[in-house]
Design a protein around this ligand. Structure first.
Ligand code: NAI
Ligand code: MG
Length: 362
């Protein structure tokens, strides 16, 4: 079976980081016959310049047909003046929407070599390995009504609406439980049931899905504000955290910074499983942006992009041994070589390409 990868390098450091993943794919195909077939297309500002839209219909079709999409980063000052619907970020939003990627996965892992670089004490984060599962297509970012109304008396009213339907909570809950089953078997659901109807209902649905379908796993509920506190106070208590779009946005950024640099952080966005094949639409991308300040210099850290590829191996291709090996390689190379963003005494400073080579060699 061939494995179809669509590569969307994008702008800024996106293509520099993606080049390192391409090396890995080539080596895996040669050494282990992984049979990845890659196609590359434009996205973001690069696509706007060449094709007139931040993601063309043709690219969208490729994304829908691929087994997994690897996305670099988009944006940069060059496109600051572009119309809102045509801005580079709109390309990513269309991909997420048209692929119906409702589950955003953000792991926070403490690599032993980086434990001392965290703002938290080593004994609090050493061994940290948690996964935030954020609902990505519903909630207050999309709910209607969403508007600013002129009240006519010099006052205006700004309205956003938090909306969650049963099926939206059910599917994100199932995604979280399925992931927990491949990990340590514990899910912590975070909402604000004390002040929000949507929180009360979220809690009810997650509790029911657990009771009816995943009673062998552990479910715990936490108020989202308290969860933020616990993430910083004792993050190792968590395995999988499932939460809504807004809380997930904030909590995943907090969790990300427990373990250090933006250049280290991968993410995955998953859609529904296809009824016939069981395969999910999926897009994998580093958390960082296009880093215009360092683009073109060959110094960007490619590890977030490489770790995103490792997530693709794990979640789209069930290549668990390969994913484990790749993640172990990342942990390993950090002992001796570092890009500038994570530089430390006793390590050799390398550029993007050399860091990629180190992982490939390992
Ligand atoms: P950014 O993540 O691009 O950069 C923030 C800082 O972190 C910069 O100093 C950058 O040099 C550094 N950094 C980021 N990734 C790095 C890496 N792999 N290695 C070494 N250093 C790294 O965020 P910023 O500056 O706010 O945004 C820059 C552009 O990227 C904007 O146009 C923004 O809209 C876009 N952006 C795109 C995202 C995406 O494509 N998903 C996400 C975030 C921002
Ligand atoms: Mg955010």
């Amino acid at each position: 079976t061939t494995r179809k990868l669509l590569l969307l390098p994008g702008d800024g450091i996106g293509p520099e980081a993606m080049a390192e993943v391409e090396k890995l794919v080539a080596v895996m195909n040669e050494a282990t016959g992984s049979s990845f077939v890659t196609e590359t297309a434009l996205v973001g500002g690069a696509a706007y310049d060449a094709e007139g839209a931040p993601v063309s219909d043709a690219t969208m079709a490729l994304a829908l047909a691929a087994d997994a999409v690897l996305f670099g980063a988009v944006g940069g000052p060059k496109w600051d003046g572009v119309a809102y619907e045509m801005r580079p970020e709109a390309g990513l939003l269309r991909l997420r929407k048209d692929m119906q990627l409702f589950a955003n996965l953000r792991p926070a892992i403490c690599y032993p070599a980086l434990a001392d670089a965290s703002s938290l004490k080593r004994e609090i984060i050493e061994g940290l390995d948690l996964l935030i599962v954020r609902e990505l297509t519903g909630g207050v970012y999309f709910g209607e009504p969403k508007e600013i109304i002129d009240l006519g008396n010099g006052q205006k009213r700004a309205i956003d609406t938090q909306v969650y339907d049963t099926y939206e909570i059910e599917r994100i809950a199932r995604a979280a439980f399925e992931l927990a089953r491949t990990r340590r078997g514990k899910v912590t659901s975070m909402e604000k049931r004390n002040v929000m109807k949507s929180g009360l209902y979220w809690n009810e649905v997650v509790t029911r899905i657990h009771r009816d379908e995943y009673a062998d796993l552990t479910l715990e509920h936490m108020l989202a504000d308290s969860g933020g506190m616990q993430l910083v106070r004792a993050p190792r208590q968590f395995d999988v955290i499932v939460t809504d779009n807004l809380f997930g946005d904030m909590l995943s950024d907090i969790a990300a910074m427990l373990t250090g640099s933006l250049g280290m952080l991968p993410s995955a966005s998953l859609g529904a499983a296809d009824a016939a094949t069981g395969r999910r639409k999926a897009l994998y991308e580093p958390v960082h942006g296009s880093a215009p300040d360092i683009a073109g210099q060959g110094i960007a850290n490619p590890l977030a992009m490489i770790a995103s590829f490792a997530m693709a191996l794990r979640y789209s291709f069930a290549m668990i041994a390969e994913a484990d090996a790749l993640e172990a390689s990342i942990a390993d190379v950090l002992e001796s070589v570092r890009t500038g963003d994570i530089m430390a005494d006793g390590c050799r400073r390398v550029g993007t390409s050399e860091m990629g080579d180190a992982v490939v060699t390992r």
